[in-house]
Design a binder for this molecule. Structure first.
Ligand SMILES: Cc1cc2nc3c(=O)[nH]c(=O)nc-3n(C[C@H](O)[C@H](O)[C@H](O)COP(=O)(O)OP(=O)(O)OC[C@H]3O[C@@H](n4cnc5c(N)ncnc54)[C@H](O)[C@@H]3O)c2cc1C
Length: 423
């Protein structure tokens, strides 16, 4: 028995009986062959049991964090356990960038892609869409390579794989030229402005995030992340649909120190120090928290905000902060943005699961008419049947999982419930 370990937020204790830290692919293959039920964790930033295993759990933390650049193909290949915070400074130094990042750089590339982790931006698809190849150790211990170019349908099924296909050991990601950005924060945007101007606001920068505590009908902060070119001067508008520029650096949770956050106030800097909200060497978000997020088809954005606003008396007391982002459609079967542009409504809750668990069904009922899909790595209470009805590619995904893992070695309670559970 290994001592019990928890996820990053400390709200979930992994039930796995044994933990393993293989150092090489050979050791990993031997482990996969030997174990009956096995799962792999990334950096443990998910809030639910998606990464747990009933028997054996492994981490790739002791693998060599290899990063190989291919300038000709414009790709980078990384060991799956590498964190964005390790990868991005290297890429930037070599003159390259990823298309987008999540709010924090602390998460592993494999873990983020497996759950369709996203940042914001009308034209930015989730992080998994950058994956062009994967090396996987499958249930029988075989090492296989999957390429977007050669296995397109299967590939689209396996990238947001929820940890069900085997142990991903390497990922190849698309990269582009490095770019500079600036970040500007506006404060006090009235909610009603979003009825007519949501598109204007979210399309006005490369990546836009709106934060509200739902205490009143306003967004407390709007973060604009803009790409800057050396030759263009940029004038900040003194007012934007009623919101005004912040006069100092902000944390999305007003009571917390902005030292944890990436530089604002229009200061130019590299893409990887502006796209995330939080800095690698500081605690992201609040640390003492729970998280939930629902992705709603873009056309329902304002109606969904109104639906949450109607619940504000119940939401606000349990909330630290809520964030709205936009994500472009993709073709990955289990991505909540599969073939639909989405708006995401995220909640950073106080760490009070009994109360949050009571409230989630109420929020989910309000968002159900919009076919809201929960983030795979966060907390939700919708029924397996309802969740399954939201994914048209679910039968294909189930079939693909059965092909890769006929005995269900990489299945856990989460997959059994939400992917294979009887509707
Ligand atoms: C403070 C905070 C901020 C966040 N911000 C965002 C955000 O901005 N946007 C967003 O979309 N989400 C966000 N999240 C959620 C987070 O991105 C996801 O939960 C993500 O999955 C975490 O990655 P991880 O490396 O910790 O993976 P884990 O939680 O450890 O694992 C997640 C899944 O990946 C699988 N997995 C991991 N490694 C491998 C591998 N090598 N092979 C096969 N499967 C693997 C696991 O089995 C599991 O199914 C945030 C979470 C926190 C705590």
């Amino acid at each position: 028995m290994t001592e019990k370990q928890s996820n990053w937020a400390g709200n979930y204790i992994y039930g796995a009986a044994r933990w393993h830290w293989p150092e090489t692919v050979e050791q990993l293959q031997e482990l996969v062959i030997r174990c009956r039920k096995l799962k792999v964790v990334g950096t443990r930033h998910s809030f639910n049991d998606i990464a747990d295993s009933p028997e054996d759990l492994l981490s790739l933390d002791h693998f060599d964090p290899v990063i190989v650049l291919d300038r000709e193909r414009r790709t980078v290949t990384v060991a799956a356990g590498v964190r964005y915070g390790q990868l991005c400074p290297y890429l930037d130094h070599e003159g390259y960038a990823l298309h987008n990042l999540a709010s924090l750089p602390h998460i592993s590339v494999a873990g983020a892609c497996a759950t369709a982790t996203h940042g914001s931006g009308d034209r930015n698809r989730n992080l998994a869409t950058a994956v062009s190849a994967m090396e996987i150790v499958t249930a029988n211990g075989e090492v296989i390579d999957l390429y977007r170019e050669h296995h397109s349908e299967e590939f689209n099924g396996a990238v947001v794989g929820l940890g069900g296909f085997g142990v991903i050991t390497k990922l190849t990601l698309d990269i582009g030229p490095a770019f500079e950005m600036r970040q500007d924060v506006y404060e006090n945007l009235p909610l009603e402005q979003l009825e007519d101007h949501f598109d204007d606001i979210v399309s006005s920068a490369y990546s836009v995030s709106l934060f509200t505590d739902w205490r009143s009908a306003r967004f407390n902060q709007v973060w604009f992340k803009r790409r800057v070119a050396d030759d263009t001067a940029f004038e900040l508008e003194p007012e934007l649909f009623g919101a005004t520029p912040a006069t100092r650096q902000r944390h999305p949770i007003a009571s917390l120190s902005a030292i944890n956050c990436t530089a604002q106030m229009g200061q130019h800097g590299p893409w990887h120090e502006r796209l995330p909200h939080f800095r690698m060497d500081y605690t992201p978000s609040s640390g003492e928290e729970l998280q939930t997020e629902y992705l709603v088809p873009r056309q329902h954005a304002f109606a969904a905000f109104r639906a949450i606003d109607r619940l504000h008396e119940h939401v606000a007391p349990l909330l630290q902060i809520s964030e709205v982002r936009t994500i472009a459609a993709d073709d990955l079967w289990m991505s909540p943005c599969y073939q639909q542009d989405c708006v995401s409504i995220h909640f950073t809750w106080k760490k009070n699961w009994p109360a949050v668990r009571q409230l989630l069904p109420v929020i989910e009922e309000q968002l159900a008419p919009f076919k809201a899909r929960p983030h795979w790595g966060k907390l939700f209470t919708i029924s397996p049947a309802q969740l399954q009805s939201l994914y048209e590619k679910l039968p294909d995904f189930q079939q693909l999982l059965r092909t890769y893992d006929p005995e269900g070695k990489f299945r856990n309670a989460f997959l059994d419930t939400y992917i294979f559970g009887a509707p």
